[in-house]
Design a protein around this ligand. Structure first.
Ligand code: BG6
Length: 295
């Protein structure tokens, strides 16, 4: 179906976005929002009465073949570097692929639900031999609910990792505390991938932070003292939470991330990664969901 044949409800507008990439803009009494078809990438969500909840880099690329920096990148079918081939793109091909807009619906509570889909293509299959059908549903309302569904369309078991790699806008990361992960074991990528156990205190930020919290289904809360705001991230179908801030040197090393932008963001990612990778039998499916609200 061509894009113009998809009926759009009031409050949803098809646009040529940055770099000329197609996107859908949402504007309803509940919120404003934006999603690009490139990567099925949510780039904005702002419930009325609040500031922007998602962070976007001013230096992000918006072009085919490159990831968007900020918002909610969809990582699939691997997380971080490819497990055996460093020439493959980090965090997989889903965030680099053009997704198809399937439908847009307005709900009774003024939320707008946008559904996009992706089938693994011939180029993907050369490097990752599993035909899969992916669906991303983003519901923009007083809450933002993002769900990634994966179905194994092949005839052998399919193992994958995935993440909704959400960048949150904060006043100053040095005054942020993340609650909800006390007692959880994490892999610390900044300390050589060693395992540690989170103590009872909320997570604070005093340097580069890159942690993969395993076997946790807990809701996390981002307590943003500088903005006087709390954001809750509730999840379903997710056993991993990743917490990331690049700090000074890593921010400088990334071409699509401004040198001075790191204090204004923190990633809290709803994932299944590392030891929590999933295996789907032929025909089986899995749904990963994050529900984000300002408290
Ligand atoms: C995080 C990883 O999820 O994503 C970090 O844990 C990584 O190690 C970060 O640096 C950003 O990745 P990328 O590929 O978008 O630069």
């Amino acid at each position: 179906m061509s894009l113009s044949a998809i009926p759009l409800p009031a409050g949803a507008t098809l646009q040529a976005g940055r770099g000329g990439l197609p996107c859908l803009a949402i504007d309803t009494p509940a919120c404003t929002g934006e999603i690009y078809f490139h990567g099925a990438h949510v780039t904005a969500w702002q419930p009325h009465g609040h500031g922007p909840v998602l962070w976007m880099s001013r230096h992000s690329a918006f072009e085919p073949g490159r990831p968007i920096r900020g918002g909610i990148p969809v990582c699939f079918p691997w997380f971080g570097p490819h497990p055996s081939d460093p020439s493959r793109p980090p965090h997989g091909f889903a965030r680099l692929s053009p997704w198809t807009l399937d439908r847009v619906e307005r709900r009774i509570d003024d939320a707008v639900a946008v559904t996009l889909s992706l089938r693994t293509g011939a180029d993907d299959l050369r490097h990752w031999p599993h035909p899969c059908a992916l669906t991303l549903e983003a519901t923009f309302g007083r809450q933002l609910v993002v769900a990634l569904s994966v179905r194994n369309d092949g005839d052998s078991p399919c193992m994958f990792q995935e993440a909704l790699h959400t960048y949150f806008a904060v006043g100053d990361v040095r005054q942020v505390a993340i609650e909800g992960l006390a007692g959880t074991t994490y892999v610390d990528k900044v300390r050589g991938g060693e395992h540690f156990r989170q103590d009872a205190a909320p997570i604070g930020f005093t340097g580069e932070t890159d942690r993969v919290y395993l076997d946790t289904e807990s809701t996390t809360v981002i307590d943003d003292a500088a903005q006087g705001r709390r954001i809750a991230v509730e999840k379903q179908g997710s056993r991993t939470t990743v917490v990331w801030n690049p700090w000074i040197a890593k921010a400088k090393a990334m071409p699509d991330f401004g040198d001075d932008e790191w204090p204004a963001m923190v990633c809290v990612e709803t994932a299944n990664a590392l030891d929590n990778a999933l295996t789907l039998a032929p025909g089986d499916g899995h749904r990963l969901q994050a529900s984000i609200r300002v408290e």
